[in-house]
Design a protein around this ligand. Structure first.
Ligand SMILES: [Zn+2]
Length: 313
């Protein structure tokens, strides 16, 4: 199991149906949970998928259409009832922050955790979370209203130290971190032990991009270039390409084309129109133009972002 896993809580568009909830995902990284969009059904799906409220630290809302944010007041309120602690940061457009902050005042009063609102800029690419080993960027998508995509990226990881070899050459403990970062070791007599004799390759730094809702845009492919796993909305199939264009959405084929243009390793599609009873058609259309792995998201599914293994759906 790798460090990053993606849980699908909702992958329908517009309205809840018996088959799908509106958009909601949880990205899990080393035990921390980050929610991406929060459509209705978010909290019940968290319970069903055994994702714990007190591990949720960030919520990213791409835009202010109800199918991406109507789950938010309910979720924040339930977290208060569970007496969740720590800080929860909601990354959202200005109007959304104003509205939902007022709702929280009206319905919840003071909550058990620290609730912060981080205002997104829908016009420009920005780093919105910056840690030693991980960043999150927001970037513009192209929909009928202001809309942000999110790019989650691990920074390069340290190499694995070969303990036996380090002991054999007498590498002192205080030098071991720089050896992990790639330095050679110089012995007291001046002999240089090259780094590759003391370490083996680092685990790959993983990345994930979330693109919903948007029309297919080369500019988006450019921003997410080289990403491991791309989630791209695929609201419609080839049969409704004109409708996709009219409503500021994409077809599954276009999602595949963006993944190919970006050089992604894997594509996850979702945000399905309710007119489709079987997403296999959409998956095939995306796969016809993209050679990498194509996964049709489904509620309850967990995807290992390292090896692409799928569980639970
Ligand atoms: Zn939507």
């Amino acid at each position: 199991m790798s460090d990053m896993r993606l849980h699908i809580l909702g992958c329908g568009s517009a309205v809840p149906t018996p088959r799908h909830n509106p958009s909601c995902q949880v990205l899990e990284r080393r035990g921390e949970l980050m929610m991406i969009d929060c459509g209705e059904g978010a909290q019940s799906m968290m319970r069903r998928m055994r994702l714990r409220y007190n591990r949720l630290r960030h919520i990213f809302i791409s835009h202010l259409h109800g199918d991406h944010c109507f789950g938010l007041p309910g979720l924040l309120s339930t977290m208060a009832l569970h007496e969740a602690g720590g800080t929860v940061t909601v990354h959202i457009l200005r109007e959304g922050a104003d509205l939902f902050a007022r709702m929280m005042e009206q319905f919840c009063g003071p909550v058990s955790y620290r609730l912060e609102w981080d205002i997104l800029d829908p016009a420009e690419r920005r780093v919105i979370v910056d840690r030693d080993d991980f960043t999150v960027e927001s970037f513009p998508l192209y929909h009928r209203v202001a809309c942000c995509g999110f790019l989650f990226r691990e920074k390069a990881k340290p190499r694995h130290l070969l303990g036996d070899m380090a002991n054999f050459y007498g590498v002192p403990h205080y030098r071991r971190q720089e050896i992990r970062m790639g330095a050679d070791f110089v012995m007291p007599d001046g002999t240089v032990i090259p780094n590759d004799r003391l370490t083996r390759e680092a685990d790959p730094a993983l990345s994930y991009a979330y693109c919903s809702d948007t029309m297919a845009a080369k500019r988006v492919a450019k921003v997410v270039e080289g990403v491991d796993t791309l989630y791209h909305e695929a609201t419609y199939g080839d049969d409704n390409a004109a409708l996709a264009r009219k409503r500021g959405h994409s077809t599954a084929r276009q999602a595949g084309e963006i993944a190919a243009m970006a050089g992604a390793r894997r594509l996850v599609i979702g945000h399905y129109s309710k007119r489709y009873n079987d997403e296999e058609q959409l998956r095939r259309e995306a796969a016809s133009v993209f050679a990498g792995q194509v996964i049709a998201a489904n509620e309850g599914m967990t995807i290992d972002l390292g090896n692409g293994d799928i569980a639970g759906a």
